[in-house]
Design a protein around this ligand. Structure first.
Ligand code: KIV
Length: 321
């Protein structure tokens, strides 16, 4: 309506109005200056060179892009997004479609890192055919390069079948959050001799099945060190000590965005909660005090349109009188 009234006065085109700053990728470069694409093969080379592998979770375009441009080797769209992004109590409720939605967003932000998508609970436990279909969707529709599956030796056959479908698989053993009800809570695994033996069997079975890498979560560092020495696949630890070939943490954990006490292994590298709260409070205060927006933050009419508008308004005023 307003645009029509203005053009009727013969004014110039209105300035383009965009609600967000346009985003392209000019001058894209890696934080570490290397800029090379990480692959499953290059991960193995890193293990052989004893060069630590870095991995973080990401769940959306902006965070994925920041993580990628900072030079992180692997980006995991973890099913932890159930809690961190979607507010579920645990990872059991998140669906294939919800995961895919986030994998696609992350894909658009990642150029250099290896992109790993977590197979959610129920997407691979019921039927191997479904598992292959779901893994294929992550590759075809989401652009994932690797899919991650929780569980030890009992998953070895399934992992072989998925790899046969040309999809690299990351294993995940130890504290596997999708087994929370069977484990009776989130408990450190492999603390007994029998537990260590089982973990070693799990690791070797998945290594033989051909996993691209092996996530090891919530196990004593001594056990993680033994696994790392035993398997040819790179081990990526979380709560598994420093001897792993790489380390993964949850993006929201390192930035204090999780609203709860952190686990023992979490190190906070920033306080995004404080940053966001301060920014939001400052915006609110500015709006309430009429300090935002300032004149420099407002669009203005072109001179000739302003003059035309003044004329129209003064004519209207004289008619009203
Ligand atoms: O979902 C996730 O974030 C994970 C990591 C903790 C390994 O699986």
């Amino acid at each position: 309506m307003r645009a029509q009234a203005l053009s009727a006065t013969g004014g110039g085109a209105l300035e383009d109005i965009m609600s967000i700053t346009p985003i392209g990728r000019p001058g894209f470069s890696q934080g570490d200056g290397s800029g090379h694409k990480i692959t499953t093969a290059s991960l193995r080379e890193q293990k052989l060179r004893h060069e630590p592998i870095t991995c973080l979770t990401a769940y959306d375009y902006a965070s994925a892009r920041l993580v990628d441009e900072a030079g992180i080797d692997m980006v995991l769209v973890g099913d932890s997004l159930a809690q961190t992004v979607l507010g579920y109590e645990n990872t059991l409720s998140v669906t294939m479609d919800e995961m895919l939605h986030h994998v696609r967003a992350v894909r658009r932000g990642v150029k250099h890192a290896l992109l790993v998508a977590d197979m959610p609970y129920g997407s691979y436990q019921v039927d191997p055919k479904d598992a292959i279909v779901n893994a294929t969707r992550f590759v075809k529709e989401g652009g994932a390069e690797v899919v991650k599956i929780e569980g030890g030796e009992k998953r070895a056959d399934l992992i072989r079948q998925i790899i046969d479908a040309e999809i690299p698989v990351a294993g995940h053993i130890g504290l596997t959050p999708q087994s929370v009800n069977v484990m009776g809570g989130y408990k450190v695994q492999g603390k007994s001799l029998a537990g260590i033996e089982q973990l070693m069997r799990d690791a070797v079975a998945l290594d033989r099945a051909g996993v691209a890498c092996l996530f090891v979560e919530g196990i004593p560092r001594e056990v993680a060190a033994m696994i790392t020495a035993e398997v040819s696949a790179p081990t990526i630890g979380i709560g598994a000590g420093p001897e792993c070939d790489g380390q993964v943490l949850v993006f929201h954990d390192i930035l204090n965005l999780t609203f709860g006490p952190p686990a023992k292994f979490v190190r906070r590298y920033g306080d995004a909660a404080a940053l966001i709260t301060n920014a939001v409070q400052a915006f609110r205060a500015d709006v309430r005090a009429h300090r935002y927006p300032a004149d420099e933050e407002s669009y203005h009419l072109p001179k000739e349109t302003g003059a035309g508008l003044d004329e129209v308004l003064s004519r209207k005023r004289s008619i009203r009188r």
